[in-house]
Design a protein. Structure first.
Length: 542
């Protein structure tokens, strides 16, 4: 082989941290505190404090590969942990504070967490599961507003005496940097171990203009929690580019987020659709209250963004939505619904494309397969399971579980049922576990939900399978109406009729105050199925 002669320079997160100090020292990190005041630090502070943290953790016995867990909201100290722990060669494990204590106990034990860093406000939750987890040796408590009087070590007191310089070790780019767990809606949660290399490559591709595109003049607001899939890589993208980062703390209601976006002149925000549905409803009620003129992109992912949401932001408020798809197993970004300039689409086709899940970002490959595992045609109609591969796609789970998700020829089975069109745009019809099969035919719950959410009286809609004595399964729709609005079942049915074959129309509409959500804010259809899955059978027999 005629080998290349370039340096073998490791792709590690340490580089981003060093670079932030060298070139972006004055760039700001803004944290909204629990009392709604804002604290401000800089990337120079980030580097200094990361050094102190690395010394402190070393003093506590944290060595290469040891897991350091966090149970924290989005704030500057969490960002310090995001950088310092991987840079010192240890592994950050972000615990999802919305999980049940039993799940947290399972996950912390499974990951073998040695040290846990906890927000003081989350100590009651921590105490519910920590006694069951024998591997935890140290607890460090982040006081939101002053020193900590508790059974743990005080984060600030721990850092105070440490030197603010450290020579971070030269790491193997394939070494582990972070562990994130899938939410485990089916079976136990599974651990996905990101390497430095996967996170660095994910960051670089995320920063490309037609992916998410970050610039140093951006002001980035990760609404997506830092305990969920590395906050979609946004903290690393911000640090890598020198963008200002605004961290919302525990205040994730629409009004608080809008206040923060307007006050800090946020240019780029990202979160799941349920957050954005609430934000759009509030903006529609008070279109003049917030100045969002700085905003240039709002990324929606984690669940399908309804076209009515994307269109509503643009047509009524001039705000651009970027729709993206990803999974914990893909670091998480996999596809982005960027409309390529060569496509030459009219407004309706452009909205349809922007509401698709998009096409694979560089270095991710996508295909969909049938039950016999053969690749299916990209015709925009044939449904099959999406498979992906690439340098930031998991090759296995921690502990070797879930082997059936990894194919022999190197693809990861996503569990999403999709179509792919001739231009490569992928559209999610369902997750395999949510699929509705009526008389042997697949019905896309996502398509019906999208159509329902385009009705002016509908705030949220989730369509799920109910068992049926004749058809096996039939769709039911759970609907939340906007405040002060009404819509009858007949009206909603009439709204759907022109768009779908008759057998796709839900057998019934259930009007709820709220659709149950998962720990990451997505609609929890398994709960709807548990509660209402036998409704049609009961009716038939009664
Ligand atoms: P979980 O939802 O199990 O907590 P993840 O956060 O990893 O785990 O979610 C990944 C799943 O979320 C994907 O497999 C897909 O079903 C769904 N998802 C992510 N982005 C989108 C999107 N833009 N549109 C529709 N579904 C999405």
């Amino acid at each position: 082989m005629f080998a290349g002669r370039m340096m073998d320079y490791p792709l590690t997160l340490t580089h981003f941290l060093e670079r932030a100090r060298t070139y972006h020292a004055r760039c700001e990190i803004v944290t909204q505190n629990p009392d709604r005041t804002c604290s401000r630090a800089t990337y120079a502070d980030l580097h200094r404090r990361a050094a102190k943290l690395a010394h402190a953790l070393t003093r506590l016995g944290v060595g290469p590969g040891d897991r350091v867990a966090t149970l924290s909201w989005n704030h500057a100290r969490h960002l310090e942990l995001y950088l310092a722990v991987p840079a010192m060669g240890a592994v950050l494990h972000t615990l999802n504070l919305r999980l049940h204590p039993n799940e947290l106990a399972y996950i912390a034990a499974h990951a073998e967490d040695k040290v846990v860093v906890v927000d003081r406000s989350l100590l009651p939750l921590f105490r519910k599961f920590a006694p069951q987890v024998r591997c935890i040796r140290r607890v460090i408590v982040i006081g939101d507003d002053g020193p900590v009087d508790s059974d743990g070590l005080d984060y600030e007191a721990l850092l105070a005496p440490e030197p603010d310089h450290v020579d971070f070790p030269r790491l193997d780019e394939r070494s582990a940097a972070m562990v994130c767990y899938t939410s485990g809606t089916t079976g136990n949660p599974k651990g996905v171990v990101y390497s430095h290399r996967s996170l660095v490559l994910h960051t670089l591709v995320s920063c490309m203009h037609d992916t998410l595109g970050f610039r140093d003049r951006d002001v980035v607001l990760p609404v997506v929690p830092m305990f969920h899939a590395a906050a979609w890589g946004l903290p690393y993208s911000a640090v890598a580019t020198g963008a200002r980062i605004v961290l919302p703390g525990p205040h994730l209601d629409p009004a608080s987020l809008l206040d923060l976006m307007a006050r800090e002149r946020v240019t780029f925000a990202a979160g799941v659709p349920t957050i954005w549905l609430g934000i759009l409803a509030l903006l529609d009620e008070h279109p003049e209250r917030w100045d969002l003129s700085a905003m240039r992109a709002m990324v929606i992912g984690g669940a399908a963004a309804p076209p009515a949401l994307i269109d509503g932001f643009l047509s009524r408020h001039g705000l651009v939505v970027t729709h993206a798809w990803g999974m914990t197993e893909t670091n998480p970004l996999g596809t982005v619904a960027h409309v390529r300039s060569t496509l030459d689409l009219d407004a309706a086709a452009s909205l349809d494309t922007r509401a698709s899940q998009g096409y694979a970002v560089p270095f991710i490959e996508q295909r969909h397969v049938g039950p016999d595992d053969r690749p299916l045609p990209w015709d925009g109609a044939t449904m099959g399971e999406l498979e992906v591969r690439g340098p930031w796609v998991a090759a296995s789970y921690l502990g070797g579980e879930g082997e059936d998700r990894f194919t022999k020829d190197g693809w990861f089975k996503t569990g999403d049922v999709v179509t792919i069109d001739a231009d490569g745009y992928m559209r999610i019809a369902d997750r395999t576990k949510d699929v509705i099969k009526s008389g042997g035919e697949w019905i896309s719950s996502v398509a019906i939900e999208n159509a329902l959410m385009s009705h002016p009286a509908v705030l949220e809609a989730a369509v799920f399978a109910a068992r049926h004595p004749t058809w096996g399964e039939r769709p039911l729709a759970a609907v939340v109406l906007r405040q002060g609005q009404t819509a009858s079942k007949d009206e909603l049915c009439a709204h759907l009729e022109p768009r779908f074959a008759k057998y796709w129309l839900p057998d019934d509409f259930l009007f709820l105050d709220r659709i149950p959500r998962t720990s990451t804010g997505k609609f929890l259809k398994s709960k709807l199925r548990d509660e209402f899955g036998d409704l049609l059978e009961k009716r038939a027999s009664g």
